[in-house]
Design a protein around this ligand. Structure first.
Ligand code: ATP
Length: 351
């Protein structure tokens, strides 16, 4: 396994005037489980393909354990990659498909048999071991693709590009859990591309959030939830995402829709665009105190209710736990110690 260093990487496809990936300087540790998370078109696949060698960056260098691999092919980089759609040999059996990358590496038959048996058990495909791959469902074919990425233990990194897209929803959870276990067992460097926050947050120790070709935050799921570094991260993570409220700064207070909210610190106002970030989980509804909320809908999603409304023109979502009443004319009260302040979309630190 290798640490991966991206040295001033940037990429512009020849057919485009815009950068698909803006300058990036990152080092990802040996043995880490990383997720690249972001909306469609933000550059996740481009970055993954630069790491695997399928795309050569128009600027910058890629280093594995300090060795420059920018001009090496995927094979030379010794990377396993699992794509969105199954890549299997239809005429081979399931077991032969799994054994194929190991035979190519000329492993001993006994070792191959052991690893294939291990992979079959992990994927729940023991009973299909001797069936031709062509007879399998799309789900099971994708499981083979995953298995082929995972049977090799000598790879520098395993890269996954939205690998669970074709997988049936109830199986996704099971396979994600398996991937996590495999990571804990073998400590491969794993990079997992997805636009699904649940997939990213359950798989990865570190989530790399991308937006418009740039990395906007790298953090643990908890850091992304509690301290989003950019309003985009706050909005993108969570369900519903963070509320973003325009405000002015007056000394140690933020003023939102004519209401003073203590920030417990003085901000020197330099005339930037300020916003408060408040998670729906960190807003209480009150019958007497707080800012009046003009409720537009109440959704019961089972374990809690989502109350949506407006304060002037600003949309505000709150989460009300089961068993907690919703006042007739609710007012909102913020947990002030959980509020983040943003200047021009970037979080203002506490120091
Ligand atoms: P998705 O989740 O939809 O796959 P993504 O985050 O993986 O999106 P990329 O596929 O890396 O994003 O695309 C980033 C940008 O680069 C997009 O604007 C896309 O249109 C553009 N792009 C991707 N591949 C090419 C290509 N081969 N030629 C030209 N532009 C491309």
């Amino acid at each position: 396994m290798a640490s991966i260093k991206l040295q001033e990487i940037a990429h512009r496809y020849p057919s485009s005037d815009d950068y698909a990936l803006r300058t990036l300087k990152q080092t990802w540790g040996d043995g880490g489980a990383y997720a690249l998370l972001g909306p469609s078109g933000c550059g996740k696949t481009t970055l993954l393909n630069i790491i695997s060698g399928l795309v050569r960056p128009s600027e910058g260098r890629v280093l594995f354990d300090g060795v420059d691999v920018t001009d090496l092919s995927t094979e030379q980089r010794n990377i396993a990659q699992v794509f969105q759609f199954p890549v299997v040999y239809d005429t081979m059996t399931v077991a032969e498909n799994l054994a194929f990358p190991l035979r190519n590496r000329k492993l001993a038959k006994q070792e191959i048999d052991l690893r294939v048996a291990d992979a079959l058990a992990m994927l729940g495909l023991q009973h299909r071991a001797n069936d031709r791959a062509r007879s399998l469902s799309a789900d099971d074919k994708q499981k083979i693709s995953l298995g082929r990425g995972l049977v090799r233990t000598d790879v520098e990194a395993i890269l996954f590009d939205e690998p669970l897209t074709v997988i049936d929803p109830h199986l996704k959870w099971q396979l994600r859990t398996e991937l996590k276990k495999i990571h804990q067992r073998f400590q491969h460097t794993m990079i997992y591309v997805t636009h699904d926050q649940t997939e990213a947050l359950t798989f990865a120790d570190q989530v790399i959030v991308m937006y418009q070709g740039a990395v906007v935050q790298i953090g643990t799921p908890q850091q992304l939830f509690e301290s989003p570094e950019h309003t985009f991260v706050g909005r993108f993570i969570g369900s519903p995402g963070m509320n973003v409220l325009p405000c002015n700064i007056e000394g140690a207070d933020a003023v939102f829709a004519g209401n003073r909210i203590p920030l417990q610190r003085v901000i020197s106002d330099t005339g930037q665009r300020y916003e408060l970030g408040v998670r729906p989980e960190h807003i209480q509804l009150s019958a007497s105190a707080g800012i009046p909320l003009n409720v537009t809908s109440v959704e019961d999603v089972g374990r809690h209710k989502i109350v949506r409304g407006r304060v002037e023109d600003t949309l505000i979502n709150t989460i009300v736990n089961d068993g907690v009443g919703i006042p007739e004319n609710p007012r909102i009260v913020f947990d002030t110690d959980k509020i983040n302040l943003y200047a021009d979309d970037y979080r203002v630190g506490n120091d």
